[in-house]
Design a protein around this ligand. Sequence first.
Ligand code: PMP
Length: 397
Amino acid sequence: MDLSKRITGLTGGGSDGWGVFYRARALIAAGEPVTELTIGEHDIRTAPAILDAMDRAARGGHTGYAVVPGTDTLRQAVAQRVTARTGVPTGPENVLITPGGQSALFAAHHAVCDEGDRALFIDPYYATYPGTIRAVGATPVAVPARPDDGFQPCSTDIADSAARARGARSLLINSPNNPTGAVYTPQTLQGIAEATRAHDLWLISDEVYDTQIWQGTHLSPRALPGMAERTLVVGSMSKSHAMTGSRCGWLVGPAELITHAITLATHTTYGVPGFIQDAAVFALDQGHALEDDIAAPFRRRRDIAHRIIDGQRVVRMIPADGAMYLMLDIRATGLSGEAFANRLLDTHRIAVMPGESFGQAAAGHLRVALTIDDDRFAQAFGLLVRFAGDLAGSAAG
Ligand code: PMP
């Protein structure tokens, strides 16, 4: 029996650049000790107090179908949070609670793209972006950001891509950025806002790392003049509260669009479990202290990496201003990111993601996740940097 082209073509075909990751997982399954610096999963688990809140809610009976848009309390809590953080008046009617940010990314594109439309996104990109766009029947169009600009996208490139891609409806951005660690500057965001206005694009702003800022400040483009009506914000409890497995996120946008996104949710996810939403309300009520505690280890490890990298000239770090990753430029070794990552795995049993896994703009780079304890991180990162030095030395010699 034939399957739909939409589902068989979701990944776009070709290699997805995740070979090193699967090799590392196979080695681990075979009992080999591999240091994994690959995916964005905290090395701590969800806080016991949040689990207690979840348990109380479930035992208190919040285990039936929850209302599809999200509970009033959680929608209100998210609306208040967004208002407080951005200054943009936001009410529960602007919020849909979703099973994670991923589901919000899907709903956002579904809400603004018709079959055959084009949807722009910035390369390097989080792995699911092009597939999410294809899943709604639209065509993904990559706009490259450049390593020499610290992977800050340039408004002229966006405008050029929008002008070339006939039928472009939306632009997806992500700051703090996975995989690069870049935090978009106010100038970058101004340029993005201008380009979306000039080409009448929806702006889909993935802000799931907004509590993990090491340098600069997080600015939500929804707060820029005239942008609230064309911006959709994707948020999540996954990264800010170490609740990746709870699958709780949100989409924020104009009330009319949210009404339609609720109808979409009725026909797809049918909402998020009530006890998870109650736990999310509890977690948000804890305020900044909990979020800062969860973010702190990543900042520490980023500083460790800075200390190790200073004083050598082979590995260049893209300014790592936020999120739980570092992007390293290893082009001086003469190897591709993929070849380097494979050799590092073979020689030192350290697994990192080749930049190529996140698009062509990150070729010759590595993404290192800051997700193991400080001592093991320092040791693995030191080995990686020395390994790069040796490779560059033998290439030169
Ligand atoms: N956006 C980005 C940039 C991510 O890195 C992730 C998860 N790694 C997500 C969205 C989705 O996260 P979740 O569905 O867990 O909220």
